[in-house]
Design a protein around this ligand. Structure first.
Ligand code: EPU
Length: 321
C-alpha cells in the first residue's frame, strides 16, 4: 500500500504573473519525491531562476525547499508555492586569497556534498568536517547543520539572506548571527541565498581521509540505506544524546504503520517500505516525547521541520501525557 496522494487541485492564490512564469518553471509535484523521508502530498513547485522575481514570490504564501533532507510533510500536501532555488543559485566561485586563506562564495542551491568534494580537491579545509550530511548549502545554513564536532556556520564569514518581512537580499556578517546548535539564529522563514567561507589550505589527502572517516562512521552507526530525515530530535543536552535516550527507553524497533524507530540509531525514524504516512511518523514522535517526559522528565524537541503536520508535535510534552 502506498501513502495517499489526494488529487486536490492547485490552490495558488494569487496566481503567479505571466512574467514570473516566463522566467521560472512551475510544476505540480508530489513532495514524497522531493524529500529523503519519501513522505508528503502534492504541491505547486516553482524553480526560482531569477532574482528579479524574489519579491513576487515572497509576497505570496510560500515555503523554501532545499534537499528535503530534514523535513516531514503531511500527506495532504501544502497550499501555496513550494520554491526551490534553481541553477542561478547553484554556483561556487573563489572571491579572494589572503595570507593562505581562500574565500569562496557558494550559492544556496549548491549541494553540500559537491562543496565538500570541490574544497577537498582544492586543498581547502573546513567543509570536509560535514561529510555525509545530506543538504543543500542553503538548507544547511538555515539549520546550522553539522555533526557533533562542527557546524556549517563555523566556516562562514558572511551570509546573504532575505529576512522575513522583507523582499531584498542583504549580507550579514557571521559575527552578527546568534547561531547555536542546530540554529542559524535568524527567524524562521529566512531565506539563505549564498554565503562566503574563509578556508585555510591543507593537504587534500588529509582532508579526504577526514571526509572518508566521517562517512564511514556515519554508515556504521546510522540507517543510511533506509528513507529517513536524519536525526528527528535535537539532543536535549550534550551529555544526553536523543538516540541514546530513545535506546534506553526501549523504543528502538517500535513500528507504527509503515514507520519504524530504527534499530540501528534511536534518533532515526525510517520509512523502510516507503509506505509510511506522515501520521505514522507523528505517532512515533508523540510516543517518544511522551515517554521521555514521563519516565525521565526530559523534553525532547524536534530537529526536523514539519509542513502541514499536527501542531501538537511541537507543544511541550507535558501537554501530551
Ligand atoms: N547512542 C546509543 N543508542 C543509539 C544511538 C546512539 O546509545 O541508538 C549513543 C552512541 O553510542 C553515542 C551517543 O549516543 O555514545 C551519541 O550518538 P552519535 O555519536 O550517533 O551522535 P548523535 O548525538 O546521536 C549527532 C548528530 C548527527 C550526526 C552525529 C555524528 C544530532 C541530533 N545528531 O548524533 O546528526 O550525524 O552526531 O556527528 O545532533 C542529523 O542532524 O540529522 C544527524 C544525523
Amino acid at each position: 500500500m502506498s501513502a495517499t496522494w489526494p488529487t486536490t487541485p492547485s490552490v495558488l492564490s494569487p496566481m503567479p504573473t505571466p512574467d514570473l512564469l516566463s522566467r521560472n518553471r512551475l510544476e505540480r509535484v508530489r513532495l514524497a519525491d522531493l524529500t529523503t523521508m519519501r513522505i508528503g502530498g502534492p504541491a505547486d513547485l516553482l524553480w526560482l531562476e531569477d532574482r528579479r522575481d524574489l519579491p513576487e514570490v515572497i509576497e505570496q504564501p510560500h515555503r523554501w525547499l532545499g534537499k528535503g533532507a530534514n523535513l516531514l510533510v503531511g500527506d495532504d500536501g501544502v497550499p501555496g508555492l513550494v520554491v526551490k532555488l534553481g541553477a542561478a543559485f547553484d554556483t561556487m566561485e573563489t572571491v579572494g586569497v589572503v595570507g593562505g586563506v581562500t574565500t569562496v562564495r557558494v550559492g544556496a542551491a549548491f549541494d553540500l556534498a559537491k562543496l565538500i568534494g570541490a574544497t577537498v580537491k582544492a586543498g581547502l579545509a573546513g567543509p570536509e568536517g560535514l561529510a555525509g550530511v545530506p543538504a543543500t548549502v542553503g538548507g544547511a545554513l538555515r539549520m546550522n547543520a553539522g555533526t557533533n564536532t562542527t557546524w556549517i556556520l563555523d566556516h562562514a564569514t558572511r551570509v546573504e539572506v532575505v529576512l522575513p518581512g522583507t523582499t531584498t537580499p542583504r549580507w550579514i556578517e557571521r559575527a552578527d548571527l546568534p547561531a547555536a546548535y542546530r540554529t542559524c539564529g535568524l527567524p524562521s522563514g529566512v531565506l539563505f541565498l549564498s554565503c562566503e567561507m574563509a578556508l585555510p589550505s591543507e593537504d587534500p589527502a588529509v582532508l579526504q581521509a577526514t571526509a572518508t572517516r566521517l562517512k564511514q562512521a556515519k554508515a556504521a552507526t546510522q540507517p543510511l540505506a533506509q528513507p529517513s530525515a536524519g536525526c528527528v530530535f535535537k539532543n536535549p543536552r550534550p551529555d544526553l544524546p536523543a538516540g541514546k535516550l530513545i535506546d534506553e527507553l526501549g523504543l528502538k524497533g517500535t513500528r507504527i504503520g509503515g514507520a519504524e524507530i530504527s534499530t540501528i540509531h534511536g534518533n532515526f525514524i525510517i520509512n523502510p517500505g516507503r509506505s509510511a504516512f506522515a501520521g505514522d511518523v507523528a505517532a512515533l514522535v508523540r510516543l517518544i516525547r511522551t515517554k521521555a517526559w514521563k519516565e525521565r522528565g526530559v523534553e525532547v524537541n524536534m530537529e526536523i521541520e514539519t509542513w502541514a503536520c499536527p501542531a501538537d508535535l511541537h507543544v511541550h510534552p507535558k501537554e501530551l501525557v
